[in-house]
Write a protein that binds this ligand. Structure first.
Ligand code: PMV
Length: 314
């Protein structure tokens, strides 16, 4: 029996970086882009083949070392399911841009875990999927907060605090985001590592910024859950979060240019999303302004634009 499983991309609405230091953050899945894992049984004796055409990889599992992320998640999942590698081919593909803060790695891992679990007819709850994906995130990011694997495995907007049970968010605001790519690849572990060095050198300043971001996140959560017509204030929270992200040194000229462009084109607020240093920014628009904001961002050099509504996705 052939199996197909998909997992969405994600954006962080508020609280990236400070979430690594035990402050809360808000993230939501983005369904317009997704990772996909297909498992097709093969003839007996072929072994388990991992086929990732976009990455130019096609190998049997037995030939892959443990530091190969695809092999690692397959091995972890098989061990969790107490299964040995079947004669089958796993094909992995993704429309989520790689290394741009949209959760491509976590989504690919989540799609693989879910597909394998279904293949062996033992579907896993989101927490188990999230925990397995987290192991691979560690391989790449060193000290990930766990927000990417959580929001992607649960496939719901979340209010997330490291090492605490997940809180699902009921979204009562008509949130329409335009997500624009700077085209700059900025590895998360490097940006997170640089913040850590600066935090170690000047903990008081960094803790102050994280505290202020925490206040912004808590206010944003209230607005999301209670609902309001006042999207301007919500946009202002994004602007204030971005200000603090600048102060901790994770913005970039490309991000700043796109953020300014979005604001001038009618966005209610804009900020970087994810680790920063490049990657994507998000702009809060309305259904009426989204097209104009997207066109302005493309004209200003964005290499890709995604429009996504996040509204009562529970
Ligand atoms: O994977 P990214 O680029 O979306 O970054 C994750 C967000 C950080 O807060 C910067 C890191 C983390 O582990 O939470």
């Amino acid at each position: 029996m052939s199996i197909t499983s998909t997992a969405p991309g994600k954006i962080i609405l508020f609280g990236e970086h400070s979430v690594v230091y035990n402050r809360p953050a808000i993230a939501a899945p983005i369904h317009n882009v997704q990772a996909r894992a297909d498992i097709q049984p093969t003839e007996s004796g072929t072994g388990f083949i991992i086929n990732a055409p976009d990455l130019g990889q096609r190998n049997t599992l037995a030939d892959l070392a443990d530091d190969n992320a695809l092999a690692w998640i397959v091995r972890l999942t098989l061990s969790h399911l107490q299964q040995t590698p079947p004669d089958a081919m796993l094909t992995v593909s993704s429309t989520i841009p790689l290394g741009r803060g949209l959760g491509s790695g976590a989504a690919i891992s989540a799609a693989i875990v879910q597909a394998l679990a279904e293949f062996f007819q033992s579907p896993l709850p989101p927490l188990a999927v999230s925990d397995l994906v987290y192991e691979v995130e560690k391989l790449y990011h060193g000290t990930p907060s766990g927000i990417d694997n959580t929001v992607i495995a649960y496939c719901q907007p979340v209010y997330f605090i490291r090492n605490q049970p997940i809180e699902r968010l009921q979204v009562n605001l008509p949130l329409t985001f335009v997500i624009a790519d700077t085209g700059v690849v900025a590895p998360t572990h490097k940006i997170v590592g640089r913040v850590r060095e600066r935090w170690q050198a000047n903990p008081e300043f960094y803790e102050q910024q994280f505290d202020e971001i925490e206040r912004i996140v808590i206010q944003a959560r209230e607005m999301i859950e209670q609902g309001t017509d006042d999207l301007t204030t919500f946009g202002e929270l994004m602007r204030r979060n971005q200000e603090r992200l600048q102060m901790i040194g994770v913005s970039s000229p490309e991000l700043e240019r796109l953020i300014e462009t979005a604001n001038n084109a009618g966005a209610l607020g804009a900020k970087l999303s994810g680790a920063g240093g490049g990657g994507n920014m998000i702009a809060l628009a309305t259904e009426e302004t989204a097209e104009d904001v997207a066109s302005a961002l493309l004209a200003a050099g964005a290499t890709g634009v995604i429009m996504s509504g996040i509204y009562q996705m529970i």
